[in-house]
Design a protein around this ligand. Sequence first.
Ligand code: FAD
Length: 357
Amino acid sequence: MTVSQLPEPVPTSTDALIVGAGPIGLFQVFELGLLGLKAHVVDSLAQAGGQCTELYPDKPIYDIPAVPVCTGRELTDRLLEQIAPFHAGLHFGQEVSRLERQANGRFLVGTSTGSLFDAGVVIIAAGVGAFQARKRDAKGAAELEGRFVHYRVSDPKSFADKDLVICGGGDSALDWALALADKARSIVLVHRRPEFRAAPASVAKLHALQAEGRADLLIGNVQELDTNGGVLAGVRVLCGDGLTRRIAADQVLVFFGLHPKLGPVAEWGLALERKALKVDTARFETSVPGVFAVGDINTYPGKKKLILSGFHEAALAAFAAKEFLSPGQKVHLQYTTTSPIMHRRLGLDGAGDTAAA
Ligand SMILES: Cc1cc2nc3c(=O)[nH]c(=O)nc-3n(C[C@H](O)[C@H](O)[C@H](O)COP(=O)(O)OP(=O)(O)OC[C@H]3O[C@@H](n4cnc5c(N)ncnc54)[C@H](O)[C@@H]3O)c2cc1C
């Protein structure tokens, strides 16, 4: 049986499928949970937090209500702690690529790694889009991607005893060069200029490894990848002095940062305005009933791309999602301070709750 003939997996059934695990997607889990709705969250990144962890993990944020200051990473950690009682399924490293309405009115949602979800509602919290690795445009790189050219490390053990070339000058490039220095047979870091964006402490450690002869640094750009019988043999680097040097390499790791791509979200037939999803401000529903959009991905008159605005949108979208899933049923507002139902759902009496009220 070829791969294309394999039957589709049985979809995971859920009340809500959330596209994006940025701060707003995470808080959406909380607001849905308070209303007794279960959620699964999918993100193309390897971890939660969206822009907060990807773009400014250590920078302070000063405008989260009642939190005078916290970093992007701290905000993400606190949100993960806050949603823990609701046991949402978190699925990282996969892009939501498919969204279809089924005959029964529910949604079939598919991801780039083949996961399938059968969701009552879909809430898009996709921010500025799915973050994608910037690719190396060196000759031969595209054909070797996945086997000999990598944009992320999923299994560090696979680089043991290999001749590695690591490209980039940011934290990821330096962190992996340092982490793999003891495992690899050789490491050459190739960076286009002598200055690094990475943390100064990491740069100092790299220079120390270089002085000990355990890593090499080459200032230049990888121009071409050489193969022998379809297997990577080496890379050609155009160096700052104008000379091209050839380095033996078994594997190439590239860390040129990430860029957001609206991607599949733009292809689902939802009304768009300047690359953002149009929503109403009472329900935060898109032009397709049952599909909601919250956070940086949406637009409406007066929209401000702020985390606190997204939190408000998530609260109203949760109420609208509940009404959509239980038509005709009144959804009561209850306070977390005093409501026994809220306490049960928050797991405060140790019982947890899966029943809808
Ligand atoms: C440097 C900087 C500083 C900032 N400082 C502040 C501040 O001080 N205060 C403030 O309020 N705001 C600040 N912001 C803005 C704030 O970070 C954003 O408003 C916030 O991150 C939006 O959250 P979000 O969850 O909507 O989207 P994002 O944080 O962008 O998260 C969206 C997630 O969706 C994922 N995704 C997208 N499409 C798909 C798909 N098809 N499949 C799977 N996953 C997908 C992405 O990978 C991403 O992880 C700052 C932004 C930057 C860049």
